[in-house]
Design a protein around this ligand. Structure first.
Ligand code: 6R9
Length: 649
């Protein structure tokens, strides 16, 4: 039997103990599709509302009028739902377990403590004049204050925009401009893998960009005590800001469709877009998916290793687990520091029950050999989950056998920044597991596969993955550009949400995500538009033209392969390659570092001047036999040169 056909049946224990079993799934799924108003009307009650909703679903995917509203006449506050409502029953329960980069540093914060910290910081933001509806930018290390700042924004109705700490000053600048932030929250430095990350310095550099005109205040958390430049007119220490602030702060009453946050993500064209997520539907969906997909039970310790700078951190470190009154673990470090056994050691130390990470991390550990986990027992873990990219069956098996001691189901969760929460995943008590298979749609989610003309394909087949109708956690728009939202997601296949992913449905009706079908690449689970890297490249004075493609990479999933044509008078040297790599790191950030740069006299173009990426992808993947039809190229001889000079790896 090939790896892909292996099946791990639902165990009788899980069928018995999990929140959802097969029969319940079937009945609930049916109701969620046939009577969404009834189904989501009922589920909406898992959230506390100030003014209860009377309307549930009001959504349209019609490309002339894309309009998505859930619970539209209800009002609530997300911070209240994550904090205040738990105080009576579990005020003394740990809300956040924080594990530092340094294994000797950790902290436990109860719901009551978290509540007071959030209130104090919310009062601090008010002192800076932060108002309902304004966007506050966060550029933070993985410390509890990142979650505190998010929840403080939510408390007073400000919209947070978290920028991942690995992005460059230029990336900070463009995002701050896009969101017109007045206030930026950062830290002197961060710790990661034993190194200091210059967060404040990056913010300073970013805000020096002449396009940034809105920022009045930078709040700086003291994390490492490292030296930072100080602009007394603009900068304020976090601890000084809150020194005289009360630890109670009333909540702002938000409409269900008021924005909760924006989060920038890459697409196939143009600059990164700020996806807008709203409050009511998002909270219902975050809470419900967290409970059922991770089969989260009260009292359990749950650890998602993502960074809060990504959607996974938003929904499954902060909002989902805290809405459910759970205990969520936040980790500042990396899987390889001080050694590759760290994930297991942290699981033992904090008795983690549910562990959620990315395939790239699994592959990095797997590459160290099976004994990499010998320093821990991981006996507390009962469920493992995966996100960010397709998990290859070999990594799945390793995750199952070594990380999970062959006793934990693996929940492969497919979703996107745009979807707000998980859309396709197995459920522990419902689905027989197939390594590498994302499996079944969550309640309310109607996936379909379409051909290039948008015709719906039935049965066992492969095609482009679309979603036919709205679900509550869905992103509502692109900040400041609804037309772009419509163009990007709803015009390729009319009346459907296009995910950008390819997918196969097997004979059992289960979904297997095959990867992006657009010009987005996925490097270590980080999404990147090839166009973004190309435009950074051509901004360099030596570069005439650049084409960027992904290629298969053992650890990262995909690596970044760049073909570069230099200006006439420029010499192709190794030093220049190094300089170009540095350049991209500066323009976008370390996550966009090219892995391979091939200098080439020309690029394969059609007579109308379009670069044929299909060919470049094949060459980068070393699949030079089946290049397909090259007769439409303006100069087919370019291809021979590219193949001859392709890079070894
Ligand atoms: C949550 C998140 C979204 C893209 C998505 C797809 C890929 C994510 C996956 C997966 C296969 C999975 N992706 N999870 N592919 N199996 N379980 O990662 O959001 O950063 O927006 O990326 O990631 O290609 O379209 P985001």
């Amino acid at each position: 039997m090939s790896e892909q056909q292996k099946v791990y049946p639902v165990t009788p224990e899980l069928a018995e103990s999990a929140w959802i079993n097969k029969e319940q799934y079937a009945a609930m799924y049916k109701e969620s599709i046939e009577s969404p108003d009834t189904f989501w009307g009922e589920q909406g009650k898992r959230i506390d509302w100030i003014k209860p909703y009377t309307k549930v679903k009001n959504t349209s995917f019609d490309s002339h009028n894309v309009d998505i509203r859930w619970y539209e006449d209800g009002t609530l506050n997300a911070s209240y739902n994550c904090l205040d409502r738990h105080l009576e029953k579990r005020g003394d329960q740990v809300a956040i377990i924080w594990e530092g980069d340094n294994p000797n540093e950790d902290k436990k914060i109860t719901y009551r403590e978290l509540y007071h910290e959030v209130c104090r910081f919310a009062n601090g933001l008010k002192k800076l004049g932060v108002k309902k509806g304004e966007v506050v930018t966060l550029y933070m290390p993985m410390v509890p204050e990142a979650a505190i700042a998010m929840l403080a924004c939510a408390r007073i109705g400000a919209v947070h925009s978290v920028i991942f700490g690995g992005f460059s000053p230029d990336a900070i600048a463009s995002r701050v401009v896009e969101s017109s932030s007045r206030v930026v929250i950062t830290s002197d430095e961060g710790y990661r893998g034993g190194k200091n990350v210059p967060l404040k310095e990056n913010v300073d550099d970013g805000l020096n960009n002449p396009n940034v005109k809105t920022v009045e205040h930078v709040v700086v958390l003291k994390r490492t005590g490292g030296d930072v430049d100080w602009n007394a007119d603009r900068d304020v220490w976090w601890h000084e800001l809150i020194a005289d602030c009360a630890d109670e702060c009333p909540i702002e009453e938000m409409n269900a469709e008021d924005p909760l946050f924006i989060l920038f993500t890459s697409g196939s064209t143009g600059a990164p877009k700020g996806l807008k997520h709203t409050t009511g539907g998002y909270m219902v969906y975050a809470s419900m998916t967290h409970q059922y997909i991770f089969d989260y039970k009260p009292g359990e310790v749950y650890w998602c290793t993502a960074d809060v700078g990504w959607i996974t951190g938003h929904t499954y470190i902060v909002y989902g687990p805290l809405a459910n009154g759970g205990t969520t673990l936040m980790f500042e470090g990396v899987p390889s520091y001080p050694d590759y056994g760290r994930f297991g050691q942290v699981c033992d130390k904090h008795q983690v029950n549910i562990f959620y990470t990315a395939p790239t991390a699994v592959r990095a550990l797997m590459a160290q050999g099976d004994d990499v986990m010998d320093s821990s027992s991981r006996s507390s873990i009962r469920l493992l989950a995966s996100v960010g990219e397709p998990i290859n069956p070999e990594a799945w098996e390793w995750y199952y056998r070594v990380m999970g001691n062959s006793k934990c189901p693996i929940i492969d969760t497919w979703w996107q920044t745009e979807t707000g929460g998980i859309l396709i995943a197995p459920l522990a008590g419902v689905t027989d597991l197939k390594p590498g298979c994302a499996s079944i749609p969550f309640f309310g989610v109607q996936p379909a596969l379409v051909d290039s003309e948008g015709r719906i394909l039935e049965g066992e087949t492969e095609g482009n993955l679309v979603i036919l109708d709205a679900w509550p956690g869905q992103g509502r728009s692109i900040w400041g550009d609804h037309e772009r939202f419509v163009q990007t997601y709803f015009t390729t296949y009319k009346g459907m949400y296009f995910t950008g992913d390819g997918c196969r449905r097997d004979a059992d009706g289960l979904y297997w995500i095959t990867g992006r079908v657009d010009d987005v690449i996925n490097v270590s689970g980080h999404r990147m538009g090839t166009a973004e890297v190309e435009s950074a490249m051509v901004a360099h004075p030596s570069v005439a033209e650049a084409a960027v493609v992904g290629y298969p990479h053992d650890i990262k999933g995909q690596g970044i392969y760049v073909y570069v044509t230099l200006n006439d008078d420029v010499e192709a040297t190794d030093d220049l390659k190094k300089e170009l790599i540095k350049w991209v790191r500066k323009e976008i950030g370390p996550i966009a570092s090219p892995d391979l740069i091939q200098f080439s006299a020309g690029l394969p173009k059609t007579r109308s001047g379009k670069i044929m990426r299909r060919i470049l992808r094949k060459i980068a993947a070393n699949e030079t036999d089946g290049l397909g039809d090259t007769s439409t190229l303006a100069d087919p001889s370019v291809v021979d040169e590219l193949i001859e000079n392709r890079l070894a790896r």
